[in-house]
Design a protein around this ligand. Structure first.
Ligand code: ADP
Ligand code: MG
Length: 140
């Protein structure tokens, strides 16, 4: 295992319900240090760019509408095995299938409004972090 960084997003369903603090506590309790964080409003175009890998999926348009419907908190998390560790604390995409204690099990509204995003590989983590942060904004 190595120290990694991963990109996390607290999605609009969560900021609307003021869950940022509770979600950050889950991340920190799981050994993930928040080394960069900002609350922003994604334009539709920026959401489309972020989820470009999903552009052929039937849910793409709804997903981009949702992700630009309210504030998000974009974050860089750092820790041992951070990419897999964050995916574990997030839980399954569909909250009905998420394990007990995970963020999505506790907080997600449905399979789309599922509270958090997390990078799924080292390559995607690097690309996704660079999509939102300059190196100078990340303080480990
Ligand atoms: P994850 O966020 O768990 O990595 P995916 O990368 O497969 O999941 O999907 C990206 C996001 O698209 C999900 O987090 C969710 O917001 C949305 N999504 C995925 N599958 C569906 C679906 N079947 N219906 C509606 N939205 C979906
Ligand atoms: Mg994904």
């Amino acid at each position: 295992m190595a120290v990694e960084r991963t990109l996390s997003i607290i999605k609009p369903d969560a900021t609307r319900r003021d869950l940022t603090g509770k979600i950050n506590a889950c991340l920190e309790d799981a050994g993930l240090r928040i080394v960069a964080q900002k609350r922003i409003l994604l334009t539709r175009a920026r959401a489309e760019g972020f989820y470009a890998v999903h552009k052929e999926r039937p849910f793409f348009n709804d997903l981009c509408d949702f992700m630009s419907s309210g504030p998000v908190v974009v974050q860089v998390l750092e820790g041992e095995d951070a990419i897999a560790r964050n995916r574990q604390v997030m839980g399954a995409t569909n909250p009905d299938e998420a394990a007990g204690g995970t963020i999505r099990k506790q907080f997600a509204e449905n399979i789309e409004a599922n509270t958090v995003h997390g990078s799924d590989s080292p390559e995607n983590a690097a690309t996704e972090i660079a999509y939102f942060f300059d190196d100078s904004e990340i303080v480990g």
